[in-house]
Design a protein around this ligand. Structure first.
Ligand SMILES: [Zn+2]
Length: 473
């Protein structure tokens, strides 16, 4: 669909768009002010100050806002619930940023935001301050024009997303009543490379583990002991070969039991995405893709689980020959999970496989996160799509899932509501890297998108349908 078929903003929303246009310069300068405050979760720098700053910003807009402690960094929660009968949207973002190192690779210092060629350069510009600040400005603009919001709004701003969100699941479980909502919208990540807006409906999960093999109590001579002393590297090679076959099939008992096949809507959406296997082959210098050869690229990334060997350590890898028989070896693996695989269940199945096939190999569980999926026909899906379309004038690309993993399940599985990721940053935002930036145009389109979303939700007939939530404790 082209730009000219985009839904037209109604009178109420058009007036908010005008307000955004009139105030764009002061919005940019206020974002610069916000970016001047470091909030580096990994180094515990500025976290409390920025959390309080957000409470102040939200309180000024009439939100009931406060920080809520966790055993890590505090959450900022703000609520505006004066639209009875209208839906409630939870807007999630994170106020912490990555460490700015290496400092000498920055053209301008990371916490002295600078505008160059239509972009704001600063740590957090794209990930994620520029994005949740756009949400706050969308709310502010709507209030400034209409004196009220068309729907109820709940902000949840996390302070340790860049540390892997270690406490968000416990927090959401403990505060599920206060976080009661009809849907969640997260503005994080980039738009498509072409500049087209994107809506993502889920993520793959992850379950990581380690296999440790040991034989003798020290490395030995491969001539004097070869054929006598078992080789831990061979132990792991044989074991790994029983876990995945040459056709790419994972051969752990029950591994695929809970995999939900993609729906017709999922397949149709994936087929419309600009995903070209030849592009990937060209850019990565590949002759072939991983087995099985006939699987579509979108299906590989969104609908199938994987078992990846991340690293294999053991023995001698230096120059020339060394006739050694090593005494230990280690393998690290991760599994990307799709709906409805459960990381604990999958790790238990892999552990059982290891125990049967190689009882002397030690199995060690590492981090895990469940997958998350919001069905493409979930309640509010049309509302979110039409809001993004209205704000950008271009139809969004619909991703049923990302290949990577984020703790989106806390919304879909713990709160039991649809969750949509609607990114605002440019594709080349350089998040986590030096010279992180957001294009001013993307930031302002983000403010428009936030406003269009509130407006569209205000016109939604609230039927309170939602997926079954995790049972209350
Ligand atoms: Zn990040």
């Amino acid at each position: 669909m082209s730009a000219d078929t985009a839904p037209i903003a109604g009178v109420e929303l058009s007036r908010v768009f005008e307000h955004i246009e009139t105030n764009k310069d002061q919005f940019v300068s206020r974002l610069l002010d916000y970016l001047r405050h470091p909030s580096i979760s990994a180094h515990n720098i500025g976290i409390g100050e920025v959390a309080e700053l957000l409470v102040h910003m939200l309180s000024r807009l009439g939100f009931e806002a406060r920080t809520i402690p966790t055993s890590g960094h505090p959450m900022v929660v703000g609520r505006w619930e004066c639209a009875p009968g209208s839906p409630t949207v939870l807007l999630y973002g994170h106020y912490d940023v990555q460490p700015p190192d290496p400092l000498d690779a920055w053209i301008s210092p990371p916490f002295e935001p600078t505008i160059r060629e239509g972009r704001i350069y600063a740590r957090g510009a794209g990930d994620n301050k520029g994005q949740h600040f756009a949400q706050i400005l969308a709310v502010e603009s709507y209030l400034a024009v209409h004196g009220r919001l068309p729907c109820n709004v709940l902000f949840l701003l996390e302070g340790e997303e860049e540390n892997g969100s270690p406490h968000i699941a416990d927090f959401v479980r403990a505060h599920r009543d206060q976080l009661r909502t009809d849907l969640v919208v997260t503005a994080d990540g980039p738009l498509h490379e072409s500049g087209r807006p994107v809506i993502t409906y889920g993520v793959r999960g992850i379950a990581a583990f380690e296999l440790r093999a040991r034989a003798a109590n020290s490395d030995v001579h491969s001539g004097n002991f070869g054929g006598v002393v078992p080789n831990p590297i061979w132990m792991l090679v044989h074991l790994l070969a029983t876990m995945k076959n040459a056709d790419g099939e994972i051969t752990v008992d029950g591994f695929y039991d809970d995999v939900v096949a993609p729906t017709d809507l999922d397949r149709a959406a994936a087929a419309r995405l600009p995903l070209d296997p030849e592009d990937i082959k060209r850019s990565l210098g590949l002759k072939v893709l991983d087995s099985p050869a006939d699987r579509l690229l979108g299906d590989r990334l969104m609908f199938h689980p994987t078992l990846t060997i991340n690293g294999f350590n053991g023995g001698y890898g230096g120059p020339g020959a060394k006739t050694v028989l090593p005494h230990e070896a280690l393998v690290k693996c991760d599994v990307r999970l799709v709906e409805r695989q459960d990381p604990d269940d999958i790790l238990a199945k892999i552990e059982a496989h290891v125990k049967t096939r190689a009882p002397h190999v030690e199995f060690v569980r590492l981090e895990s996160t469940p997958p998350s999926r919001t069905p493409l026909d979930a309640p509010f899906s049309d509302v979110v799509q039409s809001a993004v379309h209205t704000a950008h004038g271009v139809e969004p690309l619909i991703y049923p899932s990302l290949g990577g993993s984020l703790p989106d399940y806390v919304f879909t599985k713990i709160l039991g509501v649809p969750s949509f990721v609607v990114p605002y940053a440019n594709f080349d935002e350089a998040n986590h890297a030096p010279n992180e930036n957001i294009k001013i145009d993307c930031f302002l389109k983000g403010v428009r998108t936030g406003a269009a979303l509130l407006d569209a939700l205000g016109r939604f007939e609230c039927s309170r349908e939602s997926a079954p939530a995790e049972p209350a404790p």
